[in-house]
Write a protein that binds this ligand. Sequence first.
Ligand code: ADP
Length: 568
Amino acid sequence: VNIEKDSDLMHIVHITAEMAPIAKVGGLGDVVTGLARACLSRGHTVDIMLPFYECIPKQQINELELMTTYNSYHDGSWVPTNVYRGVVSGIPVILIEPSNHFFKGQFVYGGSYNELEAYLFFSRACLEWMQVTGTQPDIIHVHEWQTGALPLLYWDMYHHLSLKKPRLVLTIHNMEHYGECSKEQLSMCGLDGSGYATIDKAIDDRTIGHNPERLSLLKGGIVYSNSVVYHGILNGIDTAMWNPAKDVFLPSKFHAQEAEGKKICKRYVQRGLGLAPDCSRVSKDEPDSVNRVPLVVCITRLVAQKGLHLITHAIKQVEELNEASRRDVMTSRTMIALERSAFSSTFQRGGRGGGRGSFRGRTAINVGNYIDGLHGGEIAQVDMEGGQMVVLGKASDGRVEREFEGLSNLVILMELYTASFPFPSSLNDLNCFPEIIEMLLTFCEELSHMLYAAADMVLVPSIYEPCGLAQMIGMRYGAIPIVRKTGGLADTVFDMDDQSNSDMANGFVFEGIDEGSFNWALDRACRHFREKPDEWNDIVRKVMEIDNSWNNTAGKYIDVYNSIRARC
Ligand code: ADP
């Protein structure tokens, strides 16, 4: 890690709608936390300001204290607002809590308040707090449309008051959402909305379906920021949070030189989800051979960008495979039922979840027909044509959610509470089971860690992907990525069968958005896994050692900060 010279040290304040792990919906939360940590470790002073969402788990905030109460403007009146400070995962946070209904609800997004108006309020409230307290960071780093109005407020209002020093960086993580708003709505934060309805300010005539009456907060943010980052700087992963050698959510830790723990994680997840474990082949000819079932995971927001049709295709293909082999399917279901009842009874005996141990739907997908039957209580597998797939995903759109719910006899999505798991210390010790509280189409950070650790492959079939973290996290946890060749996925994953680039080879890549292209990559990955186990283990070691940390890329952000900071 580079420690900067004193004269180069800066005070950087991120203003953001998400922060991992307390308010994370997707990669934005990871990026903010990872970049903040990397800058802190270089000696900079960093704060993260975010709304104090009602859903934030307060027990994850250390040293939480009320700092001050002040008034911030919204729609003609001044709203009493609390400001808290605390430390999350070693990073200082400042939480803005208005006394009105904003940011109330069970989730980060999708509350019953008007989101656009709430983030307009939040943008102004952050500057108002700086003004009231005389806080003048070198850099205010805003993210996405939610904080797009802040640069307007800064240059047209607060810079004329007492905030002189800060300079502004806007990072666009995903251009799909741009914060479309009316002039009247923009006026709610105290700016004259109609004054921004021009092409050189907040009208974006290049938006599809552009409405000349509507403003774009993102466009305004682009125009008014000192620097805009939306390509060229690849994200990193926060290696403090994503570290299989120390990850508290894993039943067994592991790293590139000692990967035995990964097998335990795989078995743990397989047992927990009612999937057949990798096990000894029942065969007189090859008594010591082991059937390794490839476990593919897909952890994603369930939105069109993520290649939903390819994910559902995978699920439907399983159904077709199952149709083609009804006998094996029946066997497989029997096995799952047996696994489940063992699971439930363990849970009922030892569980602390108040009896909510029943399964709703199924949490995993058996891809293929690999289970031949139960022999004397042992599960024997004779056909290695198939594999297993687990999808963990949350949909924000009701239609998508219903579509996936419709597949729920195959898709396994669940919420696990891991804090008090009786973690096993060896493969033989796996008669203990996690508590299952409920199975949902859900977001679950703990389960995502376990799935990455358990996975042989991580699937990222995005239609477009500005950077993508799932493939990088997967690799750090020894899961080989299968990705579509687009954006940051193309920059970080290189095909195993591309002879011209074998040094970089670390996964399986497909180009088209059609099912054929996708099948081709998945088939190659599964074949490689089955037919070349030693090579596979080598590649697992190799991907775990790839450095996709912020160490590599934080310096590029520091260069951006340095290029715009006011030196006085
Ligand atoms: P995006 O920011 O577009 O969602 P990224 O790949 O950049 O995509 O980041 C996604 C992050 O969100 C990763 O850390 C991934 O593990 C996490 N994630 C996505 N869906 C879920 C889920 N349902 N449960 C837990 N973590 C999830």
